[in-house]
Design a protein around this ligand. Sequence first.
Ligand code: CTP
Length: 405
Amino acid sequence: MTAGANSQPCALVCVTGCIAAYKSCEIVRLLQKAGLRVKVLMTEHATQFVGPTTFRALTHEKVAVGLFDDPEDPIHHISLAQEADIVLVAPATANVIAKMAHGIADDLMSTTLLATRSPIVVAPAMNAGMWENVATQENVEVLKRRGIHVITPDSGYLACGEVAAGRLPEPAHIVDVALAVLGEKGSLAGEHVLITAGGTQEPIDPVRFIGNRSSGKMGIALARAAQRSGARVTLVLGPASVEPPAGIACVRVTTAAEMLEVTSHAFADATIAICAAAVADYTPVRPADHKLKKTEERLDVVELTETEDILATLAAKKQDRVVVGFAAETSNVVAYAQDKLGRKGCDAIVANDVSRADSGFGSDTDKAWWVTADGAEELPCMAKTDLAGEILSRAKALADVRRAR
Ligand code: CTP
C-alpha cells in the first residue's frame, strides 16, 4: 500500500535486542516529525534494553511484543503487517536478519516481517565479528536480492569496546532512507518540489525588523505531503513558529532578498514551485549597522523600498515548470486572486479567505479556491495537511499536461 498525498502513512518500527535499541526512540520521534503515524513492535529481548512504556508514551499506541499479548486481536501479526505502509527494523540484530533471510516465523516480529507486503528497511547493528561473519553477510545479500533495503552500519566505537563496523547509523539517516523508500512509488516520484514558507524579517537596525506573523504551517504541510508522495523537496523557510520536517532539504533564510536568492538558485532544477511564504512587501532602504537611539535618531520614519516579487520572478522564467502562488484575501477572494494570477504570471493561485476564523494565518484549517486561467474551483474548508495534498495533486496534473505538450 502506498500512502496518498493526504493520508497519514503508518510506519511500523521493529526494535530488536541490541544496545542501540535506545536510538529507536529518536527514530520514532523523527518519523512522527515527518508526519507519519508510528507503531512499535519489540522482541522480548529488546524489552531488556528499552521498556515498552517508553515507546507507548512516545507513540500513544499499544506496543506489540508477544504473539498472543493482545486478546482483542487474535491475528495480531497480520493486522500489524497490513496496517504498515513501511516497516523499519532498527536496530536489526544478526538473529532477526537470519530469520528474515530464512523465512523463520517463531515470534510476533518474525511472523509480521514474513506477512507484510509493504517495503522493509533494515538497519543492522551488532558486534563487528557478527557483522563480518559470512553467515550474516550472506543473509544480508539474500535480503537485498529480495528488494529489502539494508542500510550499511557505520564504523565507530561499539559497545563491546572495538572500533569497527557495526554501529547503528544516525537516526536521521535511517529516517531519510525510510522516507525515500516510502515515497518511491508515490504520485510525485521524480518531481522536485520547491516550496517557500514562513515569513521574512527586514532589518531596520541590528535589533529591529519589519516582519509578520506567518506560522509557516501551510508551507511545511506542503513540504511534508510532497515528501510523502515521493518528491524531492527543497524548503526555503523564513522565520516560522513550526519546525521543518525531518529528512527534507531545508534552507533557513531571514530576509526577502535571501529568500529570493536561495529560491532562484533551487528553481534551476525544480519541476514545481509553490510560493507559500508571506514575504514582506517592503524593506528598509538603508538598515542601520548600529542600534538606533530614539533620543538621537528618528525611529518614526523608515524609508522603505518594495521587495522583489519571488513568485513573479520564478513565473517569468518558468518554461516547463509549474509555479503556484498564494493569496490572502478578506473580500472578493476570487476576483483579487484572478488579478494576482495575471499580474504575477504564475499557473495557479491558492486563494485563502482569511476573514474567517477557520482560515489563514496560524489556523490549522483553510478555506481556499484553486484559481487558474481556466477558472476558480472552490474547495471545502479543510485541514492544511489535506489542502496540501489537494494543491500538490493539482500542480502535478498541470505539470503532466505541460510536459505532454
Ligand atoms: N510573494 C513573493 N514575493 C514577494 C511578495 C509575495 O513571492 N515579494 C508571493 C507570496 O509567496 C504569495 C503571493 O506572492 O504566493 C502573495 O502575493 P502578495 O502580492 O503578497 O499578496 P497579498 O499578500 O495577498 O497582498 P496584496 O493583496 O496586497 O497584493
